[in-house]
Design a protein around this ligand. Structure first.
Ligand code: FES
Length: 105
């Protein structure tokens, strides 16, 4: 699936992401700036916070309790905030737009 990452400065990156890869991992692999992912994807650091374009939110798996708690701690949380290490890319998500927050701390 192609995922569009938009950095906070407006720079856009269309990235081809294999199914089964997380939105966080694909960002790291493609040098997208603004995602830190200190914990390496184990849903404990909250430094992989992103905003998912509203039209895609409904296609994602529900947040688990851990993600919900962590999202209360992030910088500038919004209704469309998610942790990118908890979003696994599938073909259904082709075209999804991910915006990266100004900062992670
Ligand atoms: Fe740490 Fe997502 S990478 S919570």
């Amino acid at each position: 699936a192609t995922i569009k990452y938009i950095e906070h400065n407006g720079e856009e990156h269309d990235v081809e992401v294999a199914s089964g890869t997380t939105v966080m991992q694909a960002a790291m692999d493609n040098n997208i700036r603004g995602i830190v992912a200190d914990c390496g994807g184990s849903c404990s650091c909250a430094t992989c916070h992103v905003y998912v374009d509203e039209s895609w939110l409904g296609k994602l798996e529900e947040q688990n309790d851990m993600e919900e708690v962590l999202l209360e701690e992030v910088f500038d949380p919004q209704d469309n905030s998610r942790l990118s290490c908890q979003i696994i890319v599938t073909d259904d998500l082709d075209g999804m737009v991910i915006r990266i927050p100004e900062r992670q701390f």
